[in-house]
Design a protein around this ligand. Structure first.
Ligand code: FPP
Length: 241
């Protein structure tokens, strides 16, 4: 099932490290299991014809982690693109990357760029992988791009909604539903601008264990949320008339 009102789901894939530690394994094994969960959820979203999904794969703050763990995450990303590129294209899934990925290792950048090219014509689900991404950085970057445009035109204005979309990394619609696994209740600098009216769901399940069934259960709960988007609910509107 797919609630018709959902355009964009954002996932904070938290809990990989704790999942591995609880099993006496190295944290990198948790990320490996996390990548497999990501693959399952991408396919589930594609089957449910969800148009846009974003994943927080590496934040601007994740550079504080040990070099070995950072390297393991980039290697997994490379592995995912190499192993899945053909499947993604044949499932009509388009890949985008948000964030300053110029800071990634050359090999990661090359394989990511190839995957973006090879899936560019796909019209099904768009998967937005956020790599070296930070919401505050994205907004600061948009301000700088806009300031440069204003300087060039000699006119000062505030960007309208569609101009703002162009200034952000991906240009995807605002997030309708944000799902964070791993038990913490925060947004951790993820898609700050796009999440203005997102419904937030927090799950105690560690990301490697998050399943398509868990997604369906959240989609069902989402349908029962009263999304007023700053307006009134239908009942309140008719009472006010
Ligand atoms: C957060 O869990 C997870 C990350 C910082 C990395 C997520 C990366 C992947 C799932 C693999 C990347 C794969 C692709 C295809 C891009 P945590 O490590 O903070 O968990 P913890 O809170 O339990 O320590």
């Amino acid at each position: 099932m797919k609630p018709e009102s959902i355009q964009h789901i954002a996932f904070i894939m938290d809990g990989n490290g704790r999942w591995a530690t609880a099993r006496g394994m190295d944290r990198s094994k948790g990320h490996r299991a996390g990548m497999e969960a990501l693959e399952r959820i991408v396919m589930a979203c594609s089957e449910r014809k969800l148009p846009y999904i974003s994943f927080y794969a590496f934040s601007t703050e994740n550079w504080k982690r040990p070099a070995r763990e950072i390297r393991a995450i980039f290697l997994l990303m490379e592995y995912f693109f190499r192993r899945r590129m053909k499947d993604l294209a044949s499932q009509n899934i388009r890949i985008l990357i948000s964030g300053d990925w110029s800071a990634l290792p050359t090999r990661s950048r090359e394989i990511a760029a190839r995957c973006i090219r090879e899936t560019a014509q796909c019209t099904g689900t768009t998967v937005n992988l956020c790599m070296n991404y930070g919401g505050q950085m994205e907004i600061r970057r948009a301000c700088a791009l806009w300031a440069a445009r204003c300087q060039q035109s000699g006119e000062f204005s505030i960007p309208d909604e569609s101009e703002m979309q162009e200034l952000l990394y991906s240009g995807l619609p605002d997030v309708d539903l944000m799902i964070r696994t791993g038990g913490d209740h925060r947004v951790s600098n993820f898609l700050l601008y796009q999440m203005a009216y997102a419904e937030l769901f927090f799950s105690d399940i560690a990301w490697p264990d998050f399943s398509p069934g868990d997604l369906d259960s959240i989609l069902q709960q989402f349908e029962n949320r009263d999304r007023r988007l700053g307006g009134l609910s239908l009942a309140a509107q008719s009472a006010a008339q």
